[in-house]
Ligand binder design. Structure first.
Ligand SMILES: O=C(CO)COP(=O)(O)O
Length: 473
């Protein structure tokens, strides 16, 4: 790992931390933030060189209401807590929001028959602002939809957010309030001596009174490694997505959801916070936890589905495709394991709803810790550290003087923005992290034109040097 990265992540002066959080996905970042704000000395351990290396790097970026969650479930309650806290803090953290609402659309008679139950479930879950829409009302709202639709349930508070700056902001605020993060710190072993844990990591030993396991796709393995058994089994579930180029986003304002099944919310059509149109995810079981491939046939089927619902998408340019892995388990519910005697909490099986629920999960973890006698001393005046809001901020940096140069012309990313991200408290550790922080190489050309310049600018600053062809990976 280059010296600059190692230095910025140096763990210093922490002695025995109050809590070690394992895994820097969105849940780990949110838990670290909550505990730091409660005055804990907390250290976040991540095996990758950057945040969001696992499940959190690929999802559909929606802020859900919990309207379709199992009634009375922890998942439902924590999504609703997360939704509320996100809206409360988002401006102070610089987080963008597209207030789109969502429609669960019925495309045939059988689906139409299910709308009553969907509406009733939403009301049972406390989402009382849902509205039943007839065919004409749906088409008046979304004229580009295929006219054979039968009706919909409108869920006004389902929104579009940014899946990348959100966890970045959570962890940035945690660091500003005393937390530490250690990257390249795979946990290889550890033991509990009755008072505290000593973890062996690839970056040295870390001692912490308590562990919160937020290791996502590796959550069961971490339990087995450190507790000797696992309370669930991760069964990775892949979701492939297609990203249409920006003109397509003008065809739709509301998030389109299909009638969900027990296993998945199904294939969603939504604008993204950066002005594209997203279609996906699929729900494909696989064994591999570290790699999610995209397949031409599946992408073609996703495009065909999108065209079926929005015919004007036919022939519209697509500029990217990606796949993510959900850390699903053998059961649907969130898998929380609390071992009071061993000072251990696992936050496991957090599927696609985790982006919404992360702040709620963090509050839940804090309550579990309080329940075992941990004394919080909440910071009286926490520091708020907004991250760059590239989706809403106008004018953008390229419109201001002295930006150096425009490096990525598709997304209009300046050299000054790239330098600023490297100078930030949480600089990118790899190329994906740079793309997610700045939007460089995320546009129409996917790095075809700016890749060489980005390689020059990032030389020696990323865990892996940028090579030809990386940018369009
Ligand atoms: O888009 C999704 C949620 O935001 C996908 O949900 P599922 O994991 O239920 O398929």
């Amino acid at each position: 790992m280059p010296e600059a990265i190692a230095d910025s992540n140096r763990i210093s002066g922490i002695g025995t931390a109050d809590v070690a959080v394992i895994g820097a996905g969105v849940v780990g970042c949110a838990v670290t933030r909550r505990l730091a704000l409660l005055g804990a000395r907390v250290v976040l351990l991540e095996k990758a060189p950057d945040i969001l290396a696992g499940a959190s790097k690929g999802n559909s970026a929606l802020l859900h209401t919990g309207f379709d969650a199992p009634p009375g479930s922890l998942e439902c309650a924590l999504m609703q807590r997360g939704h509320a806290e996100f809206l409360d803090i988002r401006e102070r953290l610089g987080l963008p929001l597209l207030e789109t609402g969502a429609m669960v659309v019925a495309w045939n008679e059988a689906e139409e028959d299910e709308l009553d139950a969907i509406e009733a479930q939403a009301r049972r879950n406390g989402v009382g602002d849902v509205v039943r829409l007839g065919r004409r009302e749906v088409l008046a709202r979304e004229p580009a939809l295929a006219p054979h639709l039968r009706g919909a349930v409108l869920v006004p508070r389902e929104h579009v957010i940014d899946p990348w700056s959100t966890p970045l902001a959570y962890l940035t605020q945690a660091l500003a309030n005393g937390a530490q993060a250690l990257f390249g710190a795979e946990v290889c072993g550890g033991s509990f001596d009755g008072e505290a844990w000593t973890l062996q990591t690839a970056r040295g030993a870390v001692r912490a009174a308590r562990i919160v396991n937020c290791a996502g796709l590796q959550g069961d393995r971490i339990e087995r490694l450190l507790l000797g058994d696992a309370s669930f089994e991760i069964r990775p579930r892949k979701g492939q997505f297609v990203v249409f180029d920006k003109p397509a986003a003008g065809l739709l304002t509301t998030i389109l959801l299909p009638v969900p099944t027990e296993r998945t919310k199904g294939i969603v059509l939504t604008r993204t916070i950066y002005g594209n149109l997203l279609v996906g995810p699929t729900a494909e079981e696989q064994d591999e936890r570290d790699r999610a491939t995209i397949e031409a046939e599946t992408l073609a089927a996703l495009i065909a589905k999108a065209v079926e619902f929005v015919p004007a998408l036919d022939g519209m340019p697509v500029n990217a495709a990606y796949a993510g892995l959900r850390p699903a388990t053998e059961r649907k519910e969130y898998r929380i394991r609390h071992e009071k005697d061993r000072h251990w909490i696992t936050v496991g099986g957090i599927r696609s709803t985790g982006l919404t629920a992360a702040l709620g999960l963090a509050a839940h973890v804090a309550e579990l810790l309080a329940g075992e006698g941990w004394q919080a001393s909440p910071l009286e005046d926490p520091v708020w550290t907004p991250v760059p809001n590239l989706a809403e901020h106008r004018p953008r940096d390229w419109q201001a003087p002295n930006h150096g140069e425009i490096v990525c012309h598709c997304e209009m990313v300046t050299r000054r923005e790239i330098e600023a991200t490297f100078a930030s408290p949480l600089p990118p550790g790899d190329f994906g992290g740079l793309r997610r922080r700045t939007r460089a190489a995320m546009g129409r050309c996917q790095g075809f034109y700016c890749g060489a310049r980005l390689a020059e600018l990032t030389a020696g600053r990323l865990a892996e040097p940028l090579a030809a062809g990386d940018a369009d990976a």
